[in-house]
Structures are given as structure tokens and as C-alpha cells.
Design a protein around this ligand. Sequence first.
Ligand code: NAD
Length: 490
Amino acid sequence: MTVLISRSPLTGEPVGEHPVHGPEEVRAAVDRAREAARAWAACGWAGRRTRLLTWKRSLAHRMDELAELIGAETGKPPHDARAEVLLALVHLDWAARNARRVLGRRRVPSGPLAVHQRSLLTHRPLGVIGAIGPWNYPLHTPMGSLGPALAAGNAVVFKPSELTPGVGVLLAATLTDALPDHPHLLQTVTGPGATGEALVRSGADKIAFTGSPATARKVAAVCAERLTPLLAECGGKDAVIVDASADLDAAADAIVWGALANAGQTCAGVERVYAVAPIHAALCDRIVHRARALRPGAGPDASYGPLTLPTQLATVERHVKDALAAGARALYGGPESVRPPYAHPVVLVDVPEDSPAMREETFGPVVAVNAVRDLDEAVTRANASAYALGAAVFTGSRRTGRAIAERLASGAVSVNSVLGFAAVPTLPFGGSGDSGHGRVHGAEGLRAFAAPHALTVRRFRPPVDLTSFSTPRRRAARAVAVGRWLHSRR
Ligand code: NAD
């Protein structure tokens, strides 16, 4: 077993050493999880809720410890790391409290053809969920799958990013500490992509993957071999549309945060802005003014931290250089803004729509602000992306905001804020196209980790039993004719 060393992106110093788990260790973890899932299922809805809320409280008590390790492995400043823990708590809390309501047994109408049946719908856990996570929000992002998976009655084997294995190990340890009777309910396996692939091949009952679309394609190909279901939460190239009636100060404030917070390393971060021509210049002034005030760094006063994945610095630089070579203008910053380990803010305008800065996920503190004729053109451009994760609209009219939101292809839209949906635990989160498929959070997030189970219980003998050979043909034919008549009426 070789060793995986996680390093501080700020200093390159080691943060922790973890085993590289191979296929056998991963399979053993899945076998242990299968046992754990049985005991967990036996706890029932109320038992799981109580236990998950106990775990949640202990995570809240251990917020500083978690945030410190998140900061050490990602480089993000302490306030960002603590906010990340808070987001994870909000979603875990909702999943724990709402699992029974969403997934528990309920009666459903039987319909006129089956009045003699009592119909019941329940949701059963899938068994063992294999969760594979990224490094940009190493606690909050996996919790989007872990919370609902556990609340639905499953056990989880979690493979964190090789950049943030310590956070994954600590997360599993917090659950074992809080619920010592469930030692294998949440286990972490560590290692590079190969460990993730071993998890996908391990016989887990569903894979919950969060990461890039390129890796999602590889994971999907392996899942296809066994028809293992896959939830894929991938990247984004989120657009913000700004209408002439918008409060430009509020829009600029939100755009700068959405694009530059966490050094732009947010799947649903703002990467493209389409502002209608009459207010484009005024909006850009406000964006540049705010971007100028930001300082990447390490301490508590830093606006944001370094790029966690060192090779991402080259991608950011390439996107900026290509855009400028293709005719874009930099209103603030430029290729020289990339100063390892940091990338300072870059504000671009007039960026050709076919340049990588508009088409590929930049995942750095770069925002492209293009002018558009009108809102129709803004919608067309926003939707002309391989990604469809989040989006936002700024406007003085809520009605316009809602109308534009309905025309956007993304899985979530915020009107007059950015990422407004991310902190709402009742709303599902996820996208389509290169942004993946399936949803985490909310009722859909819980259903993603459960199998619907349909049940009918015959209450009495029906006047015409269509599921019996002993029903006279003529009588059955009359019943079908009545049904046909009913369904052909207006
Ligand atoms: P990545 O695709 O490089 O890696 C993600 C995970 O997959 C890691 O744990 C990695 O070890 C594992 N992996 C790599 N190869 C594998 C294989 N062949 N089989 C199985 N697992 C494998 O992504 P990343 O760089 O860690 O994360 C950044 C990406 O994640 C960005 O695209 C970002 O937008 C996306 N992201 C999406 C969301 C969301 O909810 N939609 C949230 C956070 C991040």
C-alpha cells in the first residue's frame, strides 16, 4: 500500500499522509458497509433521524476543527471554510428531518380501474452508496450526497479528492465518534482516481459522483458495465443576465462575489455575464471597482485563497490569453494576474463567444462581461453552453426575472442574487448536459438514494376482474368498452 500525501496549496508542505486504497480494500469497505446498512435500516425513520441529528450537532461543535483542515488542504481562508461547514449542516439537518415525510410509506389513489386495491408507495434504501468527491468544497459537496443517502437508510463509502483526503477521513471519523454503534456506516477510502474507479467497480448500489465532466464520462462508462445507477454532479459555466432596470450596485456586488469567492473555484460560480448595452459600461465600472478591493491571501483578512489545484493556474492563464488574442479587452488584470499560488481578479469584456473563456469551465477568479442587445440575446447566449448548472438574473421587475428564469436551460436560477438556491435545503441542485444529471438536496436529493416500492393490497373482489381467466369474456369486453368511453370524453 503506497501513501497519499496531501499538501498545503499555499506552501507545498505536507498536511497529512493517507493510505492508497486498492480494489481489495475498497471492496472490503463496501462489504462492511453492507452489514452496516442492515443495522442502519433496522433503526427505522425515527432512529435514523435522531442519530443523524446527533451527528449534525457534533459537526457543529467541531466546526473549527473541520474548518482548519479544510483550510489546510484547500488553502481557503478560515471564514470561507467555516461557511462551508455551515452549509453542510443546513443540508444534513434538512435531510435528517424530512426523510420520512418524503420517502416514508403513504397511500396513493388507486384509480377507477383498481378501486378494489389499496395502493401504497414507499421508498427503500438502495444499500451501499459509493460517493466520489471533488476538492473545491471538500465537506459541503460530498454532504449533498452523504446526508440524503444516510437519511434514506443507506451506508456510504466515500472517496474524497486526492487533494483533500484528510477532510474525508475526518468527516467519517466524526460520524463514528458521534454514533459509535455504527462504525462502518460512513467509511472513507483514500487514493487517486484509481481508488475512485475501484469504488465504481466495487458492487456499490449507486455511485454519487461530483467532479469534472471528463471524469464523469469515465465513471459512467464503468457504471454501464454493471448498470450501476449514477448521479453525476459536474461543472458549470454559469451566466448572469443583467437587465437595464437592475440595481447595478447590487448586481455588481453579487457578480463579484459569485465570480471571485473561493478564487472562482465554485461549480455554480459566475463565469459569464450578459448585460444589456445601455448599462454595460456602468455595470463594468462597478464590477472593476469592487474587484480592485479584493486581496487573495492566506490569513483571516484574505478575500480568497490560492488555486487549490496548481495546474489550474495554467488553465486560467490560457483562458485569459486566448480571450485577449481573440479580441477581448481586460478592464482589470490580465495574464499577469496569475501569480502562483494565487490568481488575482481578472475582468474581461467583449470576449468572443467561441473562446475557451466563454465555453470551458475556467474555475478561477475571472469574469467575462459581454454586452448584449436585449434580454432575448442574453438568454440565447446564456443557453448556448455545453453546461447547464446555475444562472442568475438581475432586474428591477420580479415578473421579468421569473419570465427570464423560465427560459434558462440551467437546473437552478436566482433572481437578484447569485447562488441563492445553494443555501435552500428544500430546493434540488444539479444540471444537465456537461453539468451532469440527477439532483442532490431537497426531496429529489432524498429520492435519488432510494428505490420506490409499489404495493397493492386487494380489498375486495372487483365486479369485473380483468386479471382472471374466469371472468366471462363478454363482461370483460363491456368493462373495457366503458373504460374506453370514459377516456375518450373531453
Ligand atoms: P475530478 O473530476 O478531477 O475528480 C473528482 C473525483 O473523481 C476525485 O475524487 C478523483 O480522484 C476521482 N476520479 C478521478 N478519476 C476517476 C476515475 N477514473 N474513476 C472514478 N473516480 C475518479 O474533479 P475535481 O478537479 O476534483 O473537481 C472539480 C470539478 O468538480 C469541477 O468541474 C467542478 O465544477 C466540479 N464540481 C461540481 C459540483 C456540483 O455539485 N455540480 C460541486 C463541486 C465541484
